[in-house]
Design a protein around this ligand. Structure first.
Ligand code: FES
Length: 337
């Protein structure tokens, strides 16, 4: 039996029994605020104003017990229990109420190694892109025989030329990343759906910190690059954290930005080995505390694993940053068949 969801008294859609609210919405082309789909960013939080839901799983990163007691849920985890559920989202709906996404075929232009673990995948859309993707968005790739579709953040804002650039890390045992790393060749076709996601540069005037762990560099760098290209003169620092020197990538792009924009600088952190590029092994929270007595008035864009995002967000808030001045893109490897 299908359940009915009404979001912000404007968007109505059905959810098959047992399905997750956000999954059902996205599969019908209904975009709701979300980012990680893994209970770690909090972007999909909504208050249940009518009906009941099963709250599902949460680590406590994105929603507190108190919020659950007050009637909030994460749409990326919740399943409706009553015939009709009304929700009020905390974040605005991207692109207006119910904006649609586009599905299209794209051809692989290049698939090259950036590090031993990460490949740069550039796709050419086979039709004009109808959407205007903002920096920080992600797309889903449909790879032959693999389900569910895999999500990758855009490493650059797609231009009118329809080029889509992604950074793909190999996950141990990951069927999709293994397919991309080992099998996908220039000329092959893949299905693309998007754009999704609401990771954006928080509004304001304050200093901007970009905190990127591994392939979390893709959304963080593209957001900062886009802001600089649009004339943002806020002081900006991008901190790029990796485990060892071999994982450093896109160094020419970082250096080029620093050359072109006096308000942009970057720092490298290597956490698990001696490095030619940074003086001491250090994790991002410790770097933040060492370099910033206070982050009051500052803004942050954070990209990386859920643990990296949570540790950086907690530290920024402890140093005085408003939680509303933080935007995060956290990726969680998904189970694949
Ligand atoms: S917590 Fe639901 S999309 Fe991130």
């Amino acid at each position: 039996m299908s359940r009915t969801i009404l979001v912000n008294e404007a968007i109505r859609f059905g959810v098959p029994e047992g399905d997750i609210i956000l999954d059902a919405a996205l599969s019908q082309g209904v975009v709701l605020p979300h980012q990680c789909r893994g209970a770690s960013c909090g972007m999909c939080k909504a208050r249940v104003t009518q009906g009941t839901v099963d709250n599902g799983w949460s680590l406590g990163l994105a929603i507190s017990d108190q919020e659950i007691a007050e009637g909030f849920c994460l749409m990326c985890q919740a399943r409706p229990l009553s015939a009709e559920v009304h929700l009020r989202t905390v974040q605005p709906i991207p692109g207006g109420e119910g904006s649609a996404v586009q599905s299209f075929e794209a051809r692989v232009l290049c698939n090259t190694p950036l590090t031993p673990r990460v490949r740069r995948l550039v796709l050419q859309a086979s039709e004009p892109l109808r959407f205007e993707a903002q920096a920080g968005a992600y797309v889903e790739l449909a790879l032959p025989g693999l389900s569910p579709h895999r999500r990758y953040s855009l490493a650059t804002v797609p231009s009118s030329t329809g080029l889509i650039e992604l950074l793909v890390a190999r996950h141990p045992g990951g069927a999709a990343s293994g397919h991309i790393h080992d099998l996908l060749q220039p000329g092959d076709s893949v299905g693309v759906t998007g754009p999704y996601g609401t990771c954006r540069l928080p509004e304001g005037e304050g200093t901007v910190l970009g905190l990127a762990g591994g392939t979390g560099l893709a959304p963080v760098l593209s957001i900062m690059e886009d802001a600089l290209a649009h004339g943002d003169i806020s002081p900006m620092t991008l901190l790029f954290s990796v485990r060892d020197d071999a994982e450093l990538m896109l160094m020419d792009r970082l250096a080029g930005l620093a050359r072109a924009h006096p308000n942009f600088r970057y720092a490298l952190l290597v956490t698990e080995a001696r490095s030619r590029f940074c003086m001491k092994q250090q994790y991002a929270p410790s770097w933040l505390r060492e370099n910033h007595g206070s982050l009051a008035g500052a803004r942050a864009v954070i990209g990386g694993s859920p643990g990296f995002v949570a540790a950086c967000s907690d530290t920024c808030i402890a140093l005085g940053m408003e939680s509303t001045a933080i935007s995060a893109d956290s990726f969680t490897p998904v189970a694949q068949t």
